[in-house]
Design a protein around this ligand. Structure first.
Ligand code: DO4
Ligand code: MG
Length: 290
């Protein structure tokens, strides 16, 4: 297992919410403050102006203990995801699928594709292993900007997400999507939440590197400016007819898909960087067939 603090690179500048040793902390321009008495659930039940006041007034500066662990910035939140929000995702799905129609239609339809991705227990933090399925033959990471919302569905901030996916299972039949997407270790989040009043998500570079036996075997980047949907539009659809009492996380779709001859392997390392949020790095393991 990689060292979980060194695997989580949190930017030195800016205002970030980070879960350290299971407790919410603020990192403000390089200084750490523990948020005594507030869990992530409690923070996400506050209206945005109250949350902002609470976080902005944190002044304590502590040193993190040796061996402190940065975890995924999540407690009881569900993770949802948007799909086919970038042209590259549409093209890749049209290649793998028996029919490209559902993807073509959803790319331009008024209603976005939104799907349930993970319960908090299926999510991994920086340095923890993400998994690929034992019954899949073609697997990819999907590097995505993730939006953290409070219980009023106000955007609190942005983190990095990895929507690990089986292309062989989704490609066989789009109705298999939940199996292609949801399994233990199917999602990674972190290392930090860049707070909404200190960070603009527009035109952010998203970079993906896949490392195999110490060498980069795939690298690509995109920008959030290539996203076809607006974040408020995705959040509005997600909140139709359902409540999130302690907020939720929404992945906004991938703009990077490795070429068709590429599949993740056991012991690969996936590194995703978004400027201003940091680097999320996870080793890959394959579930064992039972
Ligand atoms: O349509 C299937 C999933 C799409 C997806 O996860 C993405 O575009 O990121
Ligand atoms: Mg995705």
């Amino acid at each position: 297992m990689e060292d979980r603090l060194s695997a989580a690179i949190v930017p030195a500048a800016g205002l970030h919410l980070v879960q350290v040793d299971g407790a919410a902390h603020i990192k403000k321009d390089g200084r750490w403050s523990p948020l005594e008495g507030y869990s992530i659930d409690a923070l996400l039940r506050l209206p945005l102006p109250e949350l902002r006041e609470l976080l902005d007034e944190q002044r304590a500066a502590i040193d993190l203990r040796e061996g402190a662990v940065i975890g995924a910035p999540i407690q009881s939140q569900e993770v949802w995801a948007a799909g086919v929000t970038y042209k590259r995702s549409l093209e890749a799905r049209a290649d793998e699928a028996v029919s490209s129609d559902p993807y073509d239609l959803v790319y331009s339809a008024p209603r976005p594709e939104l799907f349930f991705k993970a319960t908090a227990g299926r999510v991994r933090g920086p340095g923890e292993a993400v998994f690929v399925r034992s019954d899949s033959t073609w697997d990819v990471p999907e590097p995505e900007l993730a939006v953290l919302c409070n219980s009023r569905l106000e955007v609190v901030g942005y983190t990095i997400g990895n929507d690990v996916s089986s292309r062989s299972i989704e490609g066989e039949n789009p109705l298999y999507l939940p199996q292609a997407k949801v399994f233990d270790g199917c999602c990674a989040l972190g290392p930090a939440v860049a707070l909404a009043w200190d960070f603009s998500p527009s035109d952010r570079k998203i970079e993906l590197e896949i490392i195999r036996t110490g060498k980069v075997v795939f690298r690509s980047d995109t920008s959030t400016s290539a996203m076809r949907r607006a974040i408020p539009e995705l959040v509005e659809y997600l909140g139709r007819d359902q409540r999130f009492d302690s907020g939720c996380v929404l992945l906004t779709g991938t703009g990077i898909v490795p070429p068709s001859d590429f599949s993740l392997q056991q012991d690969d390392v996936v590194a995703i960087r978004i400027d201003g949020i940091g680097e999320l790095r996870n080793p890959v393991l394959r579930h064992r067939a039972r």
